[in-house]
Design a protein around this ligand. Sequence first.
Ligand code: ZN
Length: 171
Amino acid sequence: MAVLPIIIAPDSRLKIVCDPVDEVNDEIMRLMDDMLETMYLAPGVGLAAPQVGVAKRVIVVDPAPRGAEPLPLKMVNPELIRASDETNKHEEGCLSFPDHYSDVIRPSKINVRYVDEANQKTELEAEDLLATCIQHEMDHLDGVLFVDHISLLKRNIIVRKLIKSKKQAAE
Ligand code: ZN
């Protein structure tokens, strides 16, 4: 396994629509293992392939509290098949937006269809933190970022700060 570099926003590679995966082969399995290792080290609760520069519909999440038994989920080609009218507000962060957090409102309960690491079609019902996490990561596959769900004013403040810290890091 390997730790992969995480792309920090703003970056055009975070705004693309990713391609579906034909088959979960060794390359995809390795990618998912590397993504999990990268996510745990960061640490984070979810990571999408475009955040490590791979334009494929692959996400990993683990909503387990820190110190608890890990609950890693590897999802290929995830599709939302149902979302509740009821919503939840969670403070979200993103490994591509270090140190920035904002409340985001999303459906509180979802059903997702995806291909698992054994190349089998699977369905999952998720609620609360896991539902938030999966929706956040699935958004990444269509180039949608959590800041796209908040006000333009707040988004501009965050993006400006990120541009500034990128410039400082380059100096
Ligand atoms: Zn994210």
